[in-house]
Design a protein around this ligand. Structure first.
Ligand SMILES: *Cc1c(COP(=O)(O)O)cnc(C)c1O
Length: 377
C-alpha cells in the first residue's frame, strides 16, 4: 500500500538524469571494480566542480555534514574554543561544532534576510572565540564584507555553511571564494545532488592535503596517522550521479526560477504573507544571483491564521510544506539546558512564522497556483 497519494505534492523532489545517462556513466566502474577511494569519477567530478564553482581549492566529501566536521578539524581551532553561529539553520550546522569539541555561541539573525545579524557579532566575541560559522540560509548570502572585516580585526576564521548556496555569486564573487572556507551539501534534496555528497572549498591550498588525510581516517601514509579522522570519502557511484546532474543543473535552476515566479505572482498582495526579500528585490540591490533553493514564506500577525494552522490546511489538501527552520537548533531536545533560544529572539519569532513551500524544478505551475489559492483563502 502506498502511503503517499499520487496526487500529493511533496516539499521537494530530487533532480535526476535519465536512467540511460546514469548507467552509461557507471559502465566504466562496473568493468573496473574500482568503487571508491579517489577513483576516476571522483577525480573527474572534482575538476568539473572546481570549474563550475569557480574555485582552485575543492575537496569532495561523503555529505555536507562531514564537510563541516572536516573543515572545523582541518583548521585546527583550539579545543573548546567558541564558534559564533546562528540557530536558524539545519541542525547539522550546530551539531558539527559540538561534535568537533567546540562551543557554539548563537548570534541572532537579520529579520529581513534571515542570515546572521552582523551588528550583533562583535558583542559576542570573547578571548575564547576562534571562528564565525554563518549560514547562507535559503541561498540568501550573508553580509560577507562586514563579516570579513570583523574576522580580520579579531583574528577569527570564517567558515560559511553554503549548503543552500550552490552556484550563487555575491557581488560578482562566487560564494565558494568567500571566507576561509565554505561547505556545500549535495544531498538528494538540494539544488544539485550526488545522491549523498558534499564539498569543501577553501582559500589556503595547503589545506588540501590535510583535508584528504582527515577524510581518510587521518592516514598520512601506511605508517603515519597524524589525525583522528572519520571515513568521509565520496564513492564512485555518487560521483557518477554528480557528473550527470551537473550537466543539467543550469536548466534545473532555470525551471526553479519559473516556479518562484509563479509563487510570487500568486502570493503577492495577500495580507500577512511576507516573501523572501531576495526574490522580490532586484538582483542589483540584493547583490547576488539566485539558485531558488527554497521558497520560504513568513506569516505575520496580519495573516488570517497561524503558521501551524495554514501548515495543517495545506497538509489536508495533500500539500506537504515544511516548518523549516523550526525548532531552532538552540532549543532542540539534545541541547536542553545547554543552550537558550531566548538569546536569539528574532530567530525564535521567525521560526514560529515560517513555512517553506514545495519547491523543485518539475513542480507544475498549475500546482503552484493551487497552493497559492489555498494560502489566499
Ligand atoms: C543539508 C544541510 C547540511 C548537511 O548536509 P548533508 O549533505 O545532508 O549532510 C548542513 N547545513 C545545512 C544548512 C543544510 O541544509
Amino acid at each position: 500500500m502506498n502511503l503517499i497519494l499520487s496526487k500529493d505534492i511533496l516539499v521537494t523532489r530530487s533532480s535526476m538524469p535519465d536512467f540511460d545517462e546514469y548507467t552509461n556513466e557507471i559502465k566504466e566502474l562496473w568493468d573496473s571494480h574500482w568503487l571508491t577511494n579517489h577513483g576516476v569519477k571522483a577525480r573527474e567530478l572534482k575538476e568539473q566542480l572546481k570549474k563550475y564553482l569557480q574555485t582552485d581549492n575543492l575537496e569532495l566529501t561523503v555529505n555536507g555534514h562531514m564537510a563541516l566536521e572536516l573543515i572545523l578539524t582541518a583548521l585546527k581551532l583550539p579545543a573548546g574554543s567558541e564558534v559564533i553561529t546562528t540557530p536558524f539553520t539545519f541542525v547539522s550546522t550546530t551539531h558539527s561544532i559540538v561534535r568537533c569539541g567546540l562551543k557554539p555561541v548563537f548570534c541572532d539573525i537579520n529579520p529581513d534576510t534571515y542570515t546572521i545579524d552582523v551588528d550583533k557579532i562583535e558583542s559576542l566575541i570573547t578571548d575564547k572565540t576562534s571562528a564565525i560559522l554563518p549560514v547562507h540560509v535559503y541561498g540568501n548570502i550573508c553580509d560577507d564584507d562586514a563579516i570579513s572585516k570583523i574576522a580580520s580585526k579579531h583574528g577569527l576564521k570564517v567558515i560559511y555553511d553554503a549548503a543552500h548556496a550552490f552556484g550563487v555569486n555575491y557581488k560578482g564573487t562566487p560564494v565558494s571564494c568567500l571566507g576561509d572556507a565554505s561547505i556545500f551539501s549535495f544531498h538528494a534534496t538540494k539544488v544539485y545532488n550526488t545522491i549523498e555528497g558534499g564539498a569543501i572549498t577553501f582559500k589556503d591550498p595547503s589545506l588540501s592535503r590535510v583535508i584528504e588525510e582527515i577524510r581518510d581516517f587521518g592516514i598520512h601514509d601506511e605508517e603515519s596517522i597524524p589525525y583522528v579522522g572519520p571515513n568521509a570519502k565520496m564513492n564512485e557511484f555518487a560521483a557518477a550521479m554528480g557528473i550527470c546532474n551537473l550537466r543539467h543543473v543550469n536548466s534545473e535552476i532555470e525551471k526553479r526560477g519559473k516556479v518562484v515566479e509563479a509563487y510570487i505572482k500568486g502570493l503577492s498582495g495577500i495580507e500577512g504573507v511576507k516573501l523572501n526579500p531576495v526574490f522580490t528585490t532586484s538582483i542589483e540591490s540584493s547583490m547576488q544571483t539566485l539558485n531558488y533553493a527554497y521558497f520560504p514564506v513568513l506569516f505575520t500577525d496580519e495573516y488570517r491564521m497561524s503558521r501551524d494552522e495554514i501548515f495543517a490546511e495545506l497538509s489536508n489538501n495533500g500539500i506537504k510544506s515544511r516548518k523549516y527552520f523550526y525548532p531552532l537548533t538552540n532549543e532542540i531536545e539534545a541541547y536542553k539546558g545547554i543552550f537558550d533560544s531566548g538569546s536569539t529572539p528574532i530567530a525564535l519569532d521567525i521560526s514560529k512564522r515560517v513555512l517553506t513551500l514545495p519547491m523543485y524544478a518539475d513542480l507544475e505551475i498549475s500546482d503552484v497556483e493551487r497552493i497559492c489559492k489555498i494560502i489566499a483563502g
